[in-house]
Design a protein around this ligand. Structure first.
Ligand SMILES: CC(C)(COP(=O)(O)OP(=O)(O)OC[C@H]1O[C@@H](n2cnc3c(N)ncnc32)[C@H](O)[C@@H]1OP(=O)(O)O)[C@@H](O)C(=O)NCCC(=O)NCCS
Length: 150
């Protein structure tokens, strides 16, 4: 049996960053005052904006970037290989990258399957976001739909 240990590897982070072990984060950048809860995985080429909180059990696939002061609730999943051809896509270069603007709030248990969520958007708990969110508001459901503008 081969056992790989979860680790913090090649992370660029300021002294004002807080992370809770155990977690598995590598080849990513965490800006000032970022908080990362336990049992989180953040993969390579992610950049987490200043003041952003990532709560426990969330998964950030490669190439997720967030703006400032975002809140990623517990057990949120970001996915970048969307299986569009009906199978795993072996080419990471063609996986989507995902960008969140500033002050985005993602409710617990949500899944993000799209490339862009604008600043100020709120995603309800358990939502599945399948389309870009281009204007601030509260979105929820599967697929996530606008509940109301804010
Ligand atoms: C999305 C949310 C912000 C909406 O709050 P709200 O504006 O007060 O909405 P309401 O409770 O008035 O609900 C409005 C409608 O949306 C529905 N709704 C609310 N939240 C929903 C959700 N997460 N998914 C699907 N539908 C939802 C309600 O059932 C209601 O439907 P109806 O009009 O058919 O009765 C809130 O319900 C939510 O999910 N917050 C996330 C909380 C969270 O994850 N916190 C993590 C902290 S650790």
């Amino acid at each position: 049996m081969k056992i790989l240990k979860s680790s913090i590897r090649n992370v660029i982070a300021s002294e004002k960053v807080t992370v809770c072990e155990p977690l598995n984060i590598y080849e990513c950048t965490l800006h000032d005052d970022v908080f990362v809860g336990p049992f989180v995985e953040i993969q390579r080429h992610c950049v987490i904006g200043a003041g952003t909180r990532i709560q426990s059990h969330s998964f950030l696939c490669e190439k997720v970037t967030t703006g400032k002061n975002c809140f990623i609730g517990h057990n949120v999943t970001f996915a970048n290989d969307l299986f569009r051809s009906g199978k795993l896509n072996p080419d990471p270069e063609s996986w989507i990258s995902i960008h969140l603007g500033d002050n985005v709030i993602v409710g617990s248990g949500s899944t993000i399957l799209t490339e862009f969520i604008c600043s100020g958007a709120v995603i309800g708990a358990g939502s599945v976001v399948t389309k870009d969110i281009l204007k601030p508001g509260i979105y929820a459901g599967n697929p996530a739909r606008l509940l109301r503008e804010i």
